[in-house]
Design a protein around this ligand. Structure first.
Ligand code: EPZ
Length: 446
């Protein structure tokens, strides 16, 4: 039986949220633990399906992994054969992070195509090209990728063809235990890259320049373990800010890095919100009852507006007084949630990398489907502003990146909860036939 996220809109959100650990920092760090000879303890690990899948991969690679309260404890056991199970590999993009650590740990890696959100083409050519320059041999046979490094990996001077976050992280993990010095040019500068470098340095790696376009790495034969708490999740932060902005609310983010949210806050302030830093790790945002239009917002590489936040913040502008235009320069299909926005009654048009929003009538609750992780969060932000009940299907996407989005929103006063699809039909029967028919005809297929 499928699950839906049920949101009754119209509540003004108010309160305080402690940001969880960033999924996109945590997942490469979990893979990087395979590079360590000693135990690793990762602090405050949220319960995400991507973490469950990572644990399966780590165990297949011979790591002993167990949860201890909020922490994850990882220690090296016997290295496996280098083959990774198809299920978890195909369930997330982050399985690509296992290539370099497995080459160091097992001398080989064999896996199927990594999965992840359908955001347009997501090739891994830069990961593979960089690894090949460092001495990895092999390639695709059908949909199976097998790489070997019989002589180990060696340092190189490598220029990435574009600043891919994932490829920078792959090559960083390859370089910290390669023979000699690696220079990565044209590297991604995202906070999650810096966080991975910090974790690796805590384990004894020598890295200089993470967070800039050029990273120098002196390879080490051995890395120890470490106790590490990854950085706070800036995209969950952006989600909470967008939810407050959408509902004329007021929220305080705690355990956040305000600098990581600067581009998002700037757009919301331009639209009439007030923001204030409350010390080094807290940020308050207060929204007017209705936002002004956002104008043109262009998402790109850090420190530009984050691509992951684009559909979510766009959702806050569905009721705005003026026009908003969001453009994503990173992924080709970032705005698949536009169909859901339209179903809720918004005046939106998505074409290619662009989403245009114009003032339209009020939003009305509807049955919609999350097309991907951030698109799902965007539909939740949209539903918070709609009159009546919305049901969001495709919740498996949302659960990959938000521990419990319903609980997070409820803490701020929203009427949001998970329900199984069948009981939703019965529960909302008093809304009459039209509502049931629209649900039955909608594309809820979690
Ligand atoms: C990471 O994806 C994040 N995922 C994404 O978050 C995030 O949107 C993205 O970085 C950009 O910030 C994880 O960290 C697990 P890229 P990644 O490599 O590494 C092209 C979320 O919702 N490219 O920087 O896959 C690619 O097609 C997710 O949490 C190549 O052409 O992003 C894309 O257009 C979604 N060849 C662009 O680069 C390559 O070898 C940027 O991708 C690699 C990438």
């Amino acid at each position: 039986m499928g699950e839906v996220l049920r949101i009754a809109g119209g509540k003004r959100l108010e309160g305080e949220v402690w940001l969880p650990t960033a999924k996109n920092s945590l997942l490469p760090i979990l893979a990087a633990s395979l590079l360590c000879a000693g135990p690793v303890r990762v602090r405050q690990v949220p319960r995400l399906t991507d973490v469950d899948n990572s644990l399966e991969l780590l165990r297949a690679a011979g790591m002993k992994a167990r949860r201890e309260g909020e922490d994850l404890s990882l220690s090296p056991g016997q290295p496996g054969t280098g083959s990774l199970p198809d299920g978890p590999v195909g369930a997330m993009r982050s399985s690509v992070f296992y290539l370099a650590p497995m080459l160091h740990r097992c001398g080989r890696v064999s896996m199927t195509l990594p999965g992840g959100c359908p955001l347009g083409p997501r090739p891994i050519d830069i990961h593979l090209d960089g690894l090949a320059r460092m001495g990895a041999e092999g390639g695709w046979r059908g949909e199976r990728l097998t790489l070997e490094a019989p002589e180990g990996l060696r340092g190189v001077d490598y220029t990435l063809r574009l600043p891919s976050v994932g490829a920078t992280e792959t090559l960083l993990m390859a370089a910290v235990r390669a023979k000699g010095i690696t220079v990565l040019r044209g590297a991604a500068r995202e906070p999650e890259v810096v966080d991975l470098a910090r974790f690796l340095m805590a384990c004894g790696a020598h890295i200089c320049g993470a967070g800039t376009g050029t990273i120098w790495i002196q390879g080490q034969e051995r890395l120890s373990g470490a106790v590490y708490r990854p950085v706070a999740d800036r995209i969950v932060g952006a989600t909470v800010l967008a939810a407050a902005a959408a509902t004329g609310g007021r929220v305080t983010l705690r355990r956040c890095v305000p600098a990581h949210l600067e581009a998002v806050v700037e757009v919301l302030v331009r639209a009439g919100c007030q923001a204030q830093r409350l010390g080094p790790a807290a940020l308050m945002l207060e929204a007017p009852p209705r936002l002004e239009g956002a104008g043109l917002v262009r998402a790109g590489e850090y420190p530009a507006f984050p691509t992951d936040a684009a559909p979510i913040v766009a959702a806050a502008f569905l009721r705005a007084r003026g026009n908003s235009h969001f453009e994503d320069t990173v992924f080709a299909s970032r705005f698949s949630c536009a169909a859901g926005f339209s179903a809720l009654g918004a005046g939106v048009q998505a074409a290619g990398r662009r989403l245009d929003i114009r003032p339209f009538g009020p939003l009305k609750g509807a049955c919609v489907t999350a097309p991907d992780l951030r698109g799902g969060a965007a539909l939740a932000v949209a539903a918070l502003q709609a009159e009546g009940v919305s049901l969001i299907g495709g919740t498996a996407h949302i659960r990959r990146g938000y521990g419990d989005l319903a609980a997070l929103l409820r803490r701020l006063g929203a009427d949001a909860r998970w329900q199984d699809e069948e009981s939703t039909r019965t529960f909302d029967g008093n809304k009459g036939k039209n509502f049931l028919v629209s649900c039955a005809e909608s594309s809820i297929r979690p």
